[in-house]
Design a protein around this ligand. Structure first.
Ligand code: T4K
Length: 371
């Protein structure tokens, strides 16, 4: 078997959506001519403006990655270093936890809703103490959290809301961008995301004093006169990354539409298979369909399906496994049984723009055979 032959290439959980190379290199020619590689250059500014227009958000502060975006959100809201508790869902990527810890706060794990896979608003209040400073819900796989219920809890207790919107570019709530919700939303533009700058991310807020603060934090804490006016760090995005983002953004709408089409196709082919469960989309929201997670009856079946797929050079991923509350080397164990159970039974199937229908059929056939 020739491993280089396109038919024999491995199928990963995702592949970056990439513009034609020429569209990227054309933008790079300008970077070479100007010799400005970073420090809020013209392409970073253009990317921010185009993202604000496309996503219909008031201000998108582009940064180096999604983890830094979460840290900057905590810092901009004045929560860093105070040891305050921030409530998170246990069903998330480790970055949600590490961003909080790096900012000197404590992550408090809350359980999830077994249907939407998002933080269960009804469980949030029992974790609120006099040390709680914020809630950091995650729009898991792009599925919108119940932002209204979360806003009501936050208002009642005087808490900040920072959305971990790493997966949520393109998702909406009652027709508005989901990224406009919360005090600040932090998103990711990583290679594996629906829209990518290779590495990258952004903070979104409608509060002008917060966005000015985010701009200063991103740039060592400098103001426009280069005076140090607060604690900051290096969270900047480069011109090269912004060029890739701008070129990829031209194809964003077709990538978004393709994800939904492929998602519905997978669902149609798999929904009759006994013992499979799928993420329930929040009724007032619209997901971006960026992942295709399947929940099995039990972990043994998941492992058998994964093994059968591996034999065919197909590599689904166990997002998110294990549930972050079990990372006992970095924080004390806090039980969240629903998240722990789902984490053991969920598998994300390959789902990306260049994935062929014939490969999707092959994947579904393999799942069906094992079950
Ligand atoms: N919050 C949440 C809820 C998140 O899910 C994440 C990140 C963050 C915050 C933090 O955002 P960033 O700081 O990362 O911007 C991936 C991504 O690295 C990570 O961004 C993402 N979530 C997480 C869910 O998945 P891995 O360890 O699965 O990546 P990796 O390298 O195994 O990639 C998966 C597959 O994608 C590979 O098998 C092949 C393919 N791939 C990957 C890369 C990097 C490519 O084809 N090309 C590539 O360049 O973490």
């Amino acid at each position: 078997m020739d491993p280089q032959h396109p038919e024999n290439r491995p199928l990963y959980v995702t592949q970056p959506s990439l513009c034609p190379l020429q569209e990227f290199t054309t933008l790079l020619e300008g970077v070479w001519e100007r010799g400005i590689l970073t420090h809020n250059g013209p392409l970073v500014q253009q990317l921010e403006k185009e993202l604000e227009r496309t996503l219909e958000v008031p201000r998108f502060v582009a940064v180096a990655n999604g983890t830094i975006a979460l840290q900057m959100a905590i810092r901009a809201l004045g929560l860093s270093g105070g040891g305050g508790e921030i409530i998170i869902p246990s069903f998330t990527w480790i970055a949600t936890v590490s961003a909080i810890k790096w900012e000197g706060c404590s992550p408090i794990c809350c359980d999830i809703d077994s249907q939407t896979l998002n933080i269960d608003p009804e469980s949030i209040e029992k974790h609120i103490t006099d040390r709680t400073v914020a809630i950091m819900p995650v729009h898991v796989f792009g599925n919108p959290c119940d932002v209204e219920a979360i806003a009501a809890i936050a208002d009642k207790h005087g808490l900040k809301v920072i959305y971990d919107a790493a997966h949520a570019i393109g998702s909406t709530w009652k027709g508005e961008s989901l990224l406009a919700k919360g005090d600040i939303s932090a998103t990711s533009l990583h290679a594996t995301k629906l829209l990518n700058t290779a590495e990258g991310g952004g903070c979104i807020t409608s509060n002008p004093s917060l966005w000015e603060r985010l701009e200063r934090i991103r740039f060592f804490g400098h103001n426009d006169q280069k005076e140090i006016v607060e604690d900051g760090f290096n969270g900047k995005m480069t011109e090269v990354h912004a060029a890739l983002g701008l070129a990829n953004l031209r194809h964003y709408h077709s990538v978004l539409a393709d994800r939904e089409q492929k998602y519905q196709r997978y669902l149609k082919w798999l929904k009759e298979v006994p013992g499979l469960q799928f993420q329930v989309i929040q009724p007032h929201g619209k997901t971006n369909y960026s992942y295709f997670p399947v929940i099995f009856d039990n972990e043994t079946t998941l492992l058998r399906v994964a093994e059968a797929l591996h034999k065919q050079n197909i590599y689904p991923r166990r997002y998110f496994y294990p549930s972050v509350n079990t990372f006992s080397k970095i924080m004390p164990y806090q039980p969240t049984p629903i998240s722990e159970d789902i984490a053991k039974r969920i598998l994300c199937l390959p789902h990306y723009f260049s994935l062929k229908e014939s490969d999707m059929e092959r994947i579904c056939e393999c799942v069906r055979q094992i079950i």
